[in-house]
Design a protein. Structure first.
Length: 296
C-alpha cells in the first residue's frame, strides 16, 4: 500500500475559485497571484490526482468528469477547513443573531453560509427571516433584526448601511418567449410595493410600449412559477434564476434597459451589536461579494 496522497488546500481553493468566477484569469486577480502561478497550481492538482481535470472549451476551460468529482470534494474540504479556523479563532461566540435575507439568494449560496457558521459556532443561534426588501428595512428600523441584506436605491440612508454592489436589472422569461408587436406585453410581477415593478413599468411607459399584468404574486417563488409556465416576462437581477427562466436579449425583442439596483447591507446600531453579530456580518458581507465575483 503506497503512501497517502495529500491534496493541497491552497491549490483546491484556486481550483474552486476559478470555476465559480468562470475564469482562472479572474481567479488570479481575486487571489492576488499571477496567471502563470495559477497555471502551475492547476497542473500540480492534476499531477497529484493523476487525472485531467480541465479541458479547453472555446476561450476558456471546462471541467472533465473527473474535474466535477474533484470540485465536489474540494468544496467539502475547504468548508471543513474554514469551519475549523473560524471555530478556533472565535471559540467563545454565543448568543442569538436575527438576520433578514432576500429570497433571491436563499436557494443558492446563503444556506451554505448559514450552515457553515452554525457548525463552527454551535452556541450561536441564528434566526433567519426571508422577506422582501421593504419588510426587512422596516424590521431593522423597529429593532427586530440586527442585520438585513436588501435591494436598495439611492444613497445610503444613514448610519449602519453599507452598499455592497450595483447589479443590472434584466428582463427574464422562458427561452422560447416571443414578443408580439400587436399585443400588450404580458408581465409577471410581484405585488406592490416593488421597486422592480415600478422601474419596469416606468421604462415601458417611457418607451411607449403597451403592457398588461398577466400575473401578480406576493412571493418570488410564485413569480418564478408563472415565468416558467410561460405566462409572461418579469424584471429582476440575474441572481438565483431557477430552471426555465432566462435573461432575455432585449435587443432582439425591443425592450428598454432599466438600469441597476443596489445591494445593501443594513446593520443595527453598532454600539449594541453582539460579537457574534459583528462576526457574522463580516462573513455575510465577504460571502456575498465572493458570490458576485467582487474583490473583498
Amino acid at each position: 500500500m503506497g503512501a497517502p496522497v495529500n491534496l493541497d488546500l491552497d491549490v483546491l481553493r484556486t481550483f474552486v475559485t476559478g470555476h465559480d468566477l468562470g475564469s482562472y484569469a479572474k481567479a488570479a486577480d481575486r487571489l492576488g497571484r499571477s496567471q502563470s502561478a495559477i497555471s502551475l497550481q492547476l497542473r500540480k492538482l492534476e499531477e497529484t490526482t493523476g487525472r485531467t481535470l480541465l479541458r479547453k472549451s472555446g476561450r476558456g476551460l471546462a471541467l472533465t468528469p473527473e474535474g466535477e468529482i474533484v470540485l465536489g470534494f474540494a468544496r467539502r474540504l475547504l468548508e471543513l477547513n474554514d469551519e475549523a479556523v473560524a471555530a478556533v479563532r472565535n471559540p467563545s461566540l454565543e448568543g442569538q443573531i436575527r438576520v433578514g435575507l432576500l429570497p433571491d439568494f436563499t436557494e443558492t449560496w446563503l444556506p451554505d453560509v448559514l450552515g457553515s457558521f452554525s457548525r463552527a459556532h454551535p452556541n450561536v443561534h441564528i434566526e433567519a427571516r426571508v422577506e422582501r426588501s421593504g419588510t426587512l428595512k422596516d424590521a431593522i428600523d423597529r429593532g427586530e433584526l440586527e442585520l438585513a441584506l436588501t435591494w436598495a436605491e439611492g444613497a445610503d440612508s444613514g448610519f449602519g448601511t453599507e452598499n455592497l454592489a450595483s447589479l443590472p436589472i434584466v428582463w427574464i422569461g422562458r427561452s422560447d418567449f416571443v414578443r408580439s408587436p400587436d399585443e400588450a406585453l404580458p408581465l409577471v410581477m410581484l405585488d406592490q410595493p416593488c421597486l422592480f415593478r415600478r422601474r419596469g413599468l416606468a421604462a415601458l411607459d417611457a418607451a411607449g410600449i403597451s403592457w398588461r399584468l398577466a400575473f401578480t404574486s406576493p412571493s418570488l417563488s410564485g413569480l418564478w412559477a408563472a415565468v416558467a409556465a410561460g405566462l409572461g416576462i418579469t424584471l429582476r437581477t440575474a441572481q438565483g434564476l431557477p430552471e426555465r427562466a432566462f435573461v432575455l436579449d432585449i435587443g432582439s425583442i425591443g425592450l428598454p434597459r432599466v438600469g441597476e439596483v443596489g445591494l445593501r447591507l443594513y446593520k443595527s446600531d453598532g454600539s449594541s451589536a453582539s460579537p457574534a453579530a459583528l462576526h457574522f456580518c463580516s462573513i455575510l458581507r465577504d460571502s456575498c461579494l465572493a458570490h458576485l465575483g467582487i474583490w473583498c
